[in-house]
Write a protein that binds this ligand. Sequence first.
Ligand code: ACO
Length: 393
Amino acid sequence: MRETLEMNGLDDVIAADTVLSDVDGQAGTLIIRGRSLDELAQGSTYEAVLALLWEGLFDDPSRAPAVPALLGRARSQAFERLGQAELRRAQQDPVEALRVLLAQIDDGERLDTALRLVGATAVFTAAVLRLRQGLKPIEPDATASHSADLLRMIHGTPSTAEQVTALDRYLVTVSDHGLNASTFAARVVASTRAGLTSAVIAALSALKGPLHGGAPGPVLDYLDSIGKPEMASGWLQETLSRGERLMGFGHRIYRVRDPRADAVKGALRTLIRAGQVDAQRLQLAEAVEAAALRLLAAKKPERPLQTNVEFYTALLLEALGFPRDAFTCVFAISRTGGWIAHAREQILGGRLIRPRSRYIGPRPQSTLAQPVATSFDAIGPESSRRPPITSAR
Ligand code: ACO
């Protein structure tokens, strides 16, 4: 007898209660600790959202007015840890380098570890990007905002007010988002009491996948290959007919447009108004988005596939001068705050996360009697199950 291997991706399974964030996939809204994304993305700094996310989760208070200084000091402490190892890591993919470098932060569950992790993601990413260009890492300015300091540590010169605002808006927008794959990974690890560093590294490892936070790099590869707005339809159609997915579209929860796509596009507009975005690039992206939505609606009328946060993230981070292979690191710089909030929530209120699986393989007594399909027979070769993700990094 053949059984079907059921891997439904835990669709609609509620695995945790949380006070942190709520994603409504039908209404297309995101709430972070009682505040709407629209409200937060309009005027909050990343530090303010971090304080909001962490409120009440640590023994030591992390109140809003103190967070900018605490985070600035954490960046300086992270910089002091940079040594010879980073010179070697700098040749790697930035996400791989970041993953390895974060392991230097001693595991712990308290506020000092949490701050050090958030500071370190920014400092280590900037250092890796400088070192691989043969440049010296730039020391953090503990008095600057997280966004301003990140841009300065990467580019070596102060950024414009519009660039800092745009990056802050992005960091706020992606700071937390319900029980997504990386956040779930963080909660699982935190539930074992392994510590916040281990939880963040596990989450980063989940984030880097092309179906999650690794999508925006390939979005720019699309734009480069398409070249002109009038080529968009044909190129995307060919990609879909090869069975590939269009990066920057579709979402597990949203059946309407991802509200973060508009928040990030809003940040992009700040740069457009300041003349800091290539207008032709934006025009091309809008043509690609329109063609992709048309083709996806025709291909999958039963499954609404809309623009997700990663599409305009690609344009924004490109306009801010980040190299495309570092986009996932910039996402992680923000989301580390959200992962830590979830990890703390899990530690405070949760038990060990330990679900069960359903065994559908052979039982010892049946193996001699008749051949039984192995689990791999049951699901068939990989190529018959999932379209290839060939454009992924
Ligand atoms: N392009 C083409 N087809 C798609 C896309 C897409 N972007 N997304 C989903 N589909 C199709 C699938 O091929 C599948 O078709 P099938 O039933 O014929 O096999 C159907 O829609 C349902 O897809 P699922 O895989 O069940 O959807 P799921 O909820 O698991 O996927 C995901 C969500 C992974 C985001 C998916 O939409 C995707 O791969 N998108 C492209 C990658 C991307 O942009 N990721 C970033 C997401 S945002 C974030 O993580 C920060």
